[in-house]
Design a protein around this ligand. Structure first.
Ligand SMILES: [Zn+2]
Ligand SMILES: [Zn+2]
Length: 254
């Protein structure tokens, strides 16, 4: 092979690498994989199809409520009827449509790269929950589920949220002592009973919460039973203020 031919061939390979870099480098939409111009992680159409929670929300569970926020505390009917054991709660998305598929991809699809943009949305939705003494802690997974899924999506969200909010994260603050069966289809009382004593403070984290604020993080809130069990464990450990922040809230009418 002559030198000219080799240079030409190398040039063509270089051109191909350049093209590949240009194709790979622009941000990709985490919803559909198309090129996205913004750094929010979603292209325009996916952004419009993703049900972000905005406007007036329940201060306990983060669900949208009618009316305008005049600065006074607002609670939805469910939270008025059955007050949550935590002080404040927010959610970034409604658990439906494209938001549901993003949550499921993070939970079961090994799409850990979704956690960073998701945590950014959560930081936005939960910005009023951050206090100077807040420690962030994820809802724990039982170790057997952790083995199957490779990572705890709530712990991953917590770590990214900590960076967004500039707050410390304690990934092993809480732990699940025994494996709890799926809670779907159970009544509120049955869920609470199932979770009772299943979630406890890590024995080596006994003093972390004393007199401090804690922000509990999960991917989805349905009835709030799991977060309630976590809140009770934090209360017993002496937490002064408990709030919760989730990626998606199951809408009551959905
Ligand atoms: Zn898209
Ligand atoms: Zn509520």
């Amino acid at each position: 092979m002559g030198a000219g031919k080799s240079i030409g061939r190398n040039y063509r390979i270089w051109q191909r690498i350049q093209t590949a870099i240009e194709v790979v480098y622009p941000p990709r939409c985490i919803g559909c994989g198309e090129m996205a111009a913004s750094d929010f992680g979603l292209c325009g159409p996916c952004w419009r199809e993703t049900p972000f929670i905005g406007g007036t929300v329940c201060h306990s569970c983060g669900a949208p409520v009618p009316g305008s926020d005049d600065g006074h505390r607002i609670d939805c009917d469910d939270c008025l009827r059955r007050p949550q054991p935590w002080a404040e709660g927010r959610a970034a998305l409604l658990y439906q449509g494209r938001a549901r598929s993003l949550v499921l991809a993070l939970k079961h699809g090994d799409r850990s790269e979704l956690a960073k943009p998701a945590a950014r949305w959560m930081a936005q939705a939960g910005r009023t929950l951050f206090r100077p003494d807040t420690v962030i802690a994820p809802v724990p997974l039982h170790w057997s589920r952790l083995l199957k899924r490779r990572y705890n999506q709530s712990a991953l969200l917590s770590l990214h949220l900590g960076k967004e909010a500039g707050l410390p994260v304690c990934p092993d603050l809480l732990r699940r002592k025994r494996r709890t069966p799926p809670l779907e289809g159970k009544t509120a009382a049955e869920r609470a009973e199932t979770l009772r004593e299943a979630i406890t403070l890590h024995p080596r984290r006994g003093q972390v919460l004393r007199g401090r604020s804690v922000l509990l993080v999960d991917d989805v809130m349905t009835s709030g039973a799991t977060l309630a069990a976590c809140s009770r464990a934090c209360q017993e450990a002496g937490a002064a203020h408990i709030s919760v922040l989730v990626l998606a809230r199951v809408a009551k009418d959905a």
